[in-house]
Design a protein around this ligand. Structure first.
Ligand code: ZN
Length: 339
């Protein structure tokens, strides 16, 4: 009987030592120590033994049971530790791997130009005004001294919509609306989309952006206009830019000028950006035509003013060296991510 117990112990220890997982270990527990287990079976059969032999065998059986229990427990701890180690290895995060970069948003180049100009004009005491994209004939043309037979009113140039309305062809209607609302001194800028019937190509778009400004006060002269425009060009294209005023004609200003800035890319030497001229044409300006002042209820005897307007698309194209105006509308992330 005792030898049988020893054999059982040996068998159990061997099996426990080679158990590979917790399930196997549990099976061994049942096999040896369970209700119908091998060691339990020996204890049950003790009734058939000689009375004097019983305590000896009983003691031995309990020893074997204890040893097996201890071994099971020890093996359990080892297997649990192994399992934990394996789990940690499987779930391990390699902190040396580079992270996934967050995709940050970018500001559209058109918005960059607008914000830069608005900041500068706000510092100079200008207010920012707004007006509708759909305008009346009066605000878009008539109040700006553009007579009925002016080429700008031609069907070729203007998008007309229902009800005698039109899509504004420039931001100048906002000047008229501001003059009607405010009394001088007026210092305002406005920017936004304008619309003209035009074929879409690398340098033309039927929708484009303008920023324009208006100053009206007593004693405003062309020198004030020059001062402001020189500040604008230096803000956008850097210090030291030369500015050139060429006489021009606009119905709403008199005298009128077109303004060029010396090419920032070639320093006026001539390059592809400036078509070898050394100059970039950036805006139109002039002293507000007294007739325009009078139509908006401002006394042209007491007040004078100047106005200027610039194409923001062209400004952005010059500043960021964008060759095709369509890039500004394509929403191609490869393009937009550069800003
Ligand atoms: Zn150039």
């Amino acid at each position: 009987m005792e030898r049988k117990l020893e054999a059982l112990q040996e068998e159990a220890l061997e099996k426990i030592a080679s158990a590979r997982d917790l399930a196997e270990l549990e099976q061994l527990q049942v096999e040896f120590l369970g209700k119908n287990g091998k060691v339990t079976g020996v204890l049950r059969g003790m009734g058939r033994l000689d009375p004097e032999e019983r305590p000896k065998v009983g003691k031995k059986a309990n020893q074997v049971k204890e040893i097996i229990e201890k071994e099971l427990e020890a093996r359990l701890q080892i297997l649990k530790a192994d399992q934990e180690k394996q789990r940690l290895q499987e779930e391990a995060i390699d902190i040396t791997l580079p992270g996934k970069p967050l995709q940050g948003g970018r500001i559209h180049p058109m918005q960059l130009i607008i914000e830069q100009l608005e900041d500068m004009f706000l510092r100079m005491g200008f207010s920012i005004e707004e007006g509708p994209d759909v305008e009346t004939d009066y605000y878009n043309f008539e109040a700006l001294n553009i007579p009925e037979n002016h080429p700008a009113r031609d069907m070729q140039d203007t998008f007309y919509v229902e009800g005698g309305l039109l899509l504004r062809t420039h931001t100048s209607p906002v000047q008229v609306r501001t003059m009607e609302k405010q009394t001088p001194p007026i210092r305002m800028i406005t920017s936004g989309k304008c619309y003209r019937v035009d074929e879409l190509d690398a340098t033309h778009s039927p929708v484009f952006h303008q920023l324009e400004g208006l100053v009206i006060d007593r004693g405003i002269t062309f020198s004030h206009l020059k001062g402001v425009l020189i500040a604008v060009t230096r803000e956008i294209f850097g210090a030291g830019r030369e500015v050139r005023f060429r006489p021009s004609y606009f119905p709403f200003t008199e005298p009128s000028a077109e303004v060029d800035v010396s090419c920032f890319k070639c320093q006026g030497q001539g390059c592809s950006l400036c078509s070898r001229t050394g100059w970039l044409e950036i805006l139109g300006a002039g002293m507000v035509n007294p007739r325009v002042l009078e139509m908006s209820g401002i006394d042209a005897e007491r007040f004078t003013g100047f106005a200027f307007g610039m194409g923001l698309d062209r400004m952005a194209m010059y500043k960021y060296e964008i060759e095709d105006i369509r890039h500004l509308w394509d929403n191609d992330l490869r393009f937009l991510k550069q800003f």
